[in-house]
Design a protein around this ligand. Structure first.
Ligand SMILES: [Zn+2]
Length: 70
């Protein structure tokens, strides 16, 4: 693990109408669901897991709807 910096100003990793993801200098990632204002605090490893899980779910949904992205 690299040295962790103290908490401070968050950098925005990603933001859209549904979700806002920021990262604290200490490494903590905050995922805020805009719809209900719930923020989940995770590490990078968990962010990766969440993202892959959501992508799989989206694949299923789009397959069902017959929508093809790309
Ligand atoms: Zn922090």
């Amino acid at each position: 693990m690299p040295d962790r910096k103290p908490c401070g100003k968050h950098a925005v990793l990603g933001s859209n109408a549904a979700v806002r993801v920021t990262q604290c200098p200490c490494g903590a990632v905050h995922v805020t669901l805009i719809a209900n204002g719930v923020t989940v605090r995770v590490n990078e490893e968990t962010l990766r897991g969440i993202t892959h899980g959501l992508m799989s779910a989206l694949d299923q949904v789009e397959e069902r709807e017959g929508v093809r992205v790309n």
